[in-house]
Structures are given as C-alpha cells and as structure tokens.
Design a protein around this ligand. Structure first.
Ligand code: PAF
Length: 273
C-alpha cells in the first residue's frame, strides 16, 4: 500500500479507514525512536497514522520553535519504509483558527518538574494531542517513554476527560553509548554530544543505588562532576510526577534535564524499589 499524505482535514477524512487506527503523534525530524513507535503502532491496528506538526502552542517565547528541525522529505521516506499508511501534516492555519479561544490546561501536574521550567508547555501539548485525537479518531495512540511527564499527562487527560483512546508507552531508544535519541540531538556539536552523555551516565549511576536518597545523590553527583548545570534531577511517581518518599515501594521515574551548549536535553529511566 502506498503512503497517503494528507495536508488538511479533508485529505485526512478521505484517507481514514473504518478499521482500527493507531496514531503516532510527532513533530517530525524523525529518527530511530520514532521508527520504534511506528513499529509498536503497526502491531496494534489495521491502519497507522503518523502526524507531523511542529506545534507552536507548546514552545515558550524564548524557545526553539523557529529553528526546530524540519525534515519533511526524509520524514516521508522513513514513514514509507516503516509501512505507515497515512501521514497527516497540517499547516498551523489548518490546525488553529485565528480567533481560537479554548484550550486545555494540564493543571497542577503540568506545572511541576518540566512544566516548572517550561510554563504552558504541557497545556500546548495536551491541546494539540486532543485535537489530533478528535481529527484522526484513533482507538490507540503511541507515545515515547522518553517524554515521561508528557506520557503521564496524556494518560491523565484520557482518564479525566473520558477519551475513548488507549495510550501505549514505548521504551526510549538509545545510541550504543547511552545517549537517548531526540530530534534536538541534531543541534549538538561533536563536543556537546560528548558532554551530553553525562545525562545517561547520571541515570545509570542513580539506577545502581538501592534507596531513593542514594539514587538522587548519585545522579546529582554524576551531573555535577560533568560540569553540566541541571534544570532538575527528580525521582517521581510515574503517574503523578510527585517526588517519592524514602519508604516508596513500586516503580519510580528518575528524570533529568540539563542544557548542553545551547541545547536543552531531557532523559529518564524507570527504577523499581
Ligand atoms: O512528543 C512530541 O513530539 C510532541 O510533544 C507531540 C506529542 C507530537 C505533541 O506536539
């Protein structure tokens, strides 16, 4: 089957099948991590729809919206190679009416951790994901564990707003040396790329410890030793993103964010206590 590219709602409407649909929302600049989401989606549905839309609502005024990598032709090649059925790539004008009034709030959870550093970011993410759910009408949607707080908030949105969509999280894909794949890795100079390895090293150091306090200390120590200034190092409940207490039992997320040169990177790992 040939890949269908829909640039607007009408095109999407025509391309949609009546069978089970899996959606993989992306902002393009696709890499091996996105390919793994597409492969998961393929196992879950008859039709796989990938959306490619750099969502202006989720970027702050001083963030990288205008320079965010846009690689549409190679994105289409990747989608075709992965057997994706439909790419939905709307324009910003098609997605957002100029007199738009209503949007979603990610609430208190959206203002924590990553949301504390990027105010309004998760409101923008939830608003566009809700619109994509409404436009594409998937039964299932696949998101990367790499954006752990985004995944948690999308699960919350589905539960709180009774959306008929199953949300599936897929594991982070890493380079052989540990660097988590990210569209923003393209910004890194060779020197930055070496320094960026401190994030995965910090997670590795933390995951080797037994108590929450020791995990935090080891991760913070590793980042400090690398000379990177962290935006945060947190050990949180994967569903609520609240810091876990020392007697916590279950699975937690150790999440880190730091600027490497001009590029802000995030990473996380799941740790069982
Ligand atoms: O994870 C991303 O690429 C984006 O935040 C998403 C989910 C496609 C919404 O714009």
């Amino acid at each position: 089957m040939e890949l269908i590219v829909a640039h607007d709602r009408a095109g999407l409407e025509k391309a949609r099948s009546s069978g089970r649909v899996a959606l993989v929302p992306t902002m393009g600049a696709l890499h091996e991590g996105h390919r793994s989401l597409m492969r998961v989606a393929r196992t879950l549905a008859d039709q796989v729809v990938v959306s490619i839309f750099v969502n202006p609502l989720q970027f702050g005024p001083a963030e990288d919206f205008s320079r965010y990598p846009r690689t549409f032709d190679s994105d289409l090649d990747i989608c075709a190679a992965e057997g994706v059925d439909v790419v939905f790539a709307p324009s910003a004008d098609d997605m957002y009416r100029p007199d738009r009034q209503v949007s979603l709030s990610a609430g208190r959870m959206g203002a924590m951790v990553e949301g504390a550093v990027r105010p309004g970011h998760f409101d923008g993410v939830l608003t566009v994901v809700m619109k994509l759910f409404n436009l594409v009408g998937p039964q299932v949607a696949v998101f990367g564990q790499k954006d752990a707080q985004q995944l948690a908030l999308i699960r919350r949105m589905v539960a709180d707003l009774d959306l008929p969509v199953e949300v599936v999280g897929a594991p982070t894909v890493r380079e052989p040396d540990g660097l988590a794949l990210s569209s923003r890795n393209r910004y890194l100079t060779p020197d930055d790329r070496q320094r960026a390895l401190a994030l995965s090293r910090a997670l590795h150091a933390g995951a080797a410890r037994l108590s929450p306090a020791a995990v935090r200390a080891a991760a913070e120590g590793e980042l400090a030793a690398s000379g990177l200034v962290a935006d945060y190092v947190v050990l949180v409940d994967p569903a609520t993103f609240a810091e876990i207490p020392d007697d916590f039992r279950g699975e937690a997320v150790l999440a880190v964010a730091a600027k490497v040169g001009t590029t802000r990177l995030i990473d996380n790992v799941l740790i069982a206590f």
